[in-house]
Design a protein around this ligand. Structure first.
Ligand code: ADP
Length: 230
């Protein structure tokens, strides 16, 4: 796949790859703002943004066999099987660095993605909001799976499946927690401050990069059929 922007050509020849190909996971309760922050962060870094939720909802809206198969699970507020979501994500990412929104969500998913061969250590950013704030935001958002009963279920699944994963990432020294109960611009600033430190000050600044934003959704259209058939 061609690289639509080449910030590595600016002054990165002598830098370790870990700074040129950031692998960032955005995690946090439903409604934490992962979509907003993930899009902004990917744009700043000039890397691919992949939201598993967006990919899955697109499949549902397109009424593909895969979409029909997963709709019930999503509408119940439950998670999809690990193998399915892991292969979906692997098909979406192109290895040039990425921001993942909504993945990993379980210990199994975290083990799978963190053990992938790569020169860059993964960076997990938790956008932390309390559950009452999450519930309030979800019930005002109006997405089809934001119905109060489904939203409550998703928050329970977050506690049982995702919190243990956060503990796992924390024990690996990969987790960075950001307060997400603040205006989007200030959350963006906090995330960027933390990411800049982790990546190192020599990482090109957004003003220098001016990256083209890429979206993985069009790249995976063909996958829906493949997953459903498999
Ligand atoms: P949220 O607002 O809950 O963070 P997302 O848009 O990320 O929502 O995900 C919507 C739904 O898609 C989830 O409730 C789940 O059913 C499914 N899903 C998304 N990511 C994953 C994942 N990594 N593993 C399993 N299921 C997932």
């Amino acid at each position: 796949m061609p690289v639509p922007h080449d910030y590595r050509s600016i002054d990165t020849a002598s830098q370790p790859l870990s700074q040129a190909q950031p692998r960032i996971f955005l995690v946090g309760r439903p409604g934490a703002g992962k979509g907003t922050q993930g899009t902004r962060l990917a744009q700043r870094l000039g890397v691919q943004y992949v939201s598993t939720g967006d990919v899955l909802r697109k499949a549902i809206e397109a009424h593909t066999p895969f979409g029909t198969a997963i709709e019930k699970v999503i509408n119940a507020g439950n998670l999809l099987p690990a193998e399915l979501i892991i292969s979906l994500v692997e098909s979406c990412i192109d290895g040039d660095g990425y921001v993942l929104d909504g993945f990993p969500r379980t210990v199994a998913q975290a083990v799978a993605i963190t053990s992938q061969a790569s020169n860059s250590p993964p960076i997990a950013v938790e956008i932390a909001i309390p559950s009452n704030v999450a519930l309030d935001r979800l019930t005002h958002r109006g997405r089809f799976d934001d119905d109060i009963t489904i939203a409550r279920r998703r928050l329970v699944v977050y506690e049982t499946e995702t919190v243990p994963m956060l503990n796992y990432l924390q024990s690996c020294g990969l987790l960075h927690r950001i307060d997400g109960d603040a205006p989007a611009d200030s959350v963006e600033q906090s995330i960027w401050q933390r990411i800049s430190v982790v990546l190192g000050s020599s990482h090109p600044t957004p003003a220098v990069i001016m990256p083209a934003h890429r979206n993985a959704l069009s790249d995976v259209a063909s996958l829906f059929g493949a997953v459903a058939a498999g």
